[in-house]
Design a protein around this ligand. Structure first.
Ligand SMILES: [Mn+2]
Length: 315
């Protein structure tokens, strides 16, 4: 893979690094890490994202301010980060040569080169493995890859964490990552609106199927009352999974024109469940968007599909 990547990179002077919408620390950290590496290597590099608002608390990542919302290069090599499908990037990439760096189970192998490994806990692990032998890894790029890994594993506690994760983390730290600075930025920069929306959303918690299924909702009114936006919802669904009896958690988020759904499980295949509704993701963490505007109707449809697929223990 690394050889194929190098050969492809040699053919291009310019590289456009793309990160997915509803950006998280993995897509941005992976993208910014690759950005730092390739810039140092002498390529012309740009990094792009189509979100209206990026997660501000990640502005400590090197080159964060360089992220822009359009592709300016013609004839550049495209590198996509942590994106299971083209639609979540939002850019028109027809006729473009794409390197697809990802770890989602639902990845559609849309690239000319698909560097997809679903056993990796973050896309940044894959990027680091790809680059470490042929390119110079600096403190800057290591910081980006490390933050992506730390965040995508929820501080090293997701079920895909293994010894390899800690080996990579340790190697990255050896490049001089400032752990105090990273930890402070990741733990002490919450917005007040994120607390308020967490509180309101926990109040909507409903347990069903012998308390194996947890569901919560964020309504448009709740966004208005709390001043929160989608960036403030990170981690809320995991509160549902934290309950002892819960095997699947669902979070429905209401917008004017759609409902976004996040799914989590402790083993059941919610990736295929999300694909069924037009989305995708990981085996135990996935999501989709629906044009339906009725929260309860959609929740019911999901519950029926969970039952059909026997994703929970039979009563
Ligand atoms: Mn990821």
């Amino acid at each position: 893979m690394a050889e194929d990547f190098k050969a492809l990179l040699e053919k291009y002077d310019k590289v456009s690094i793309l990160t997915h919408t509803t950006a998280d620390a993995d897509t941005l950290g992976t993208g910014l890490g690759i950005y730092a590496v390739l810039k140092r290597f002498g390529k012309q590099v740009e990094i792009c994202n189509l979100d209206e608002k990026l997660p501000n608390h990640l502005d400590f990542l090197p080159h964060f301010a360089k992220i822009k919302n359009q592709i300016d290069f013609d004839n550049s090599l495209i590198i996509t980060c942590d994106a299971g499908s083209l639609d979540i990037l939002g850019f028109d990439l027809s006729l473009k040569k794409i390197v697809n760096i990802d770890h989602h189970k639902s990845n559609t192998d849309y690239g000319a080169l698909n560097i997809v490994n679903i056993t990796c806990a973050s896309a940044s692990m894959i990027a680091y493995d790809l680059l470490k032998n042929d390119f110079e890894i600096t403190k800057e790029s290591a910081t980006c890859f490390y933050v992506a890994l730390l965040t995508d594993t929820q501080n090293f506690i997701t079920l895909n964490v293994n010894q390899h994760v800690f080996t990579v983390a340790s190697e990255l730290i050896s490049f001089g990552v400032d752990l105090k600075m990273v930890n402070k930025n990741l733990t002490q920069r919450k917005s007040l609106s994120s607390f308020r929306v967490l509180s309101e959303t926990l109040d909507t918690l409903e347990l069903s199927v012998d308390a194996q299924l947890a569901s919560m909702m964020v309504t448009k009114e709740s966004f208005e009352r709390t001043g929160a936006d989608i960036r403030d919802l990170v981690g809320i669904i995991d509160q549902g999974m934290a309950l002892a009896t819960v095997k699947i958690a669902i979070l429905l988020i209401e917008f004017d024109d759609k409902i976004k759904v996040s799914l989590r499980s402790n083993g059941a295949n919610v990736s295929d469940l999300a694909i069924h509704f037009g989305g995708g993701g990981h085996l135990m963490a996935s999501g989709f968007s629906s044009r339906t505007t009725d929260l309860n109707k959609l929740l019911n449809e999901i519950k029926i599909e969970i039952q059909k697929r026997r994703l929970l223990n039979e009563l």
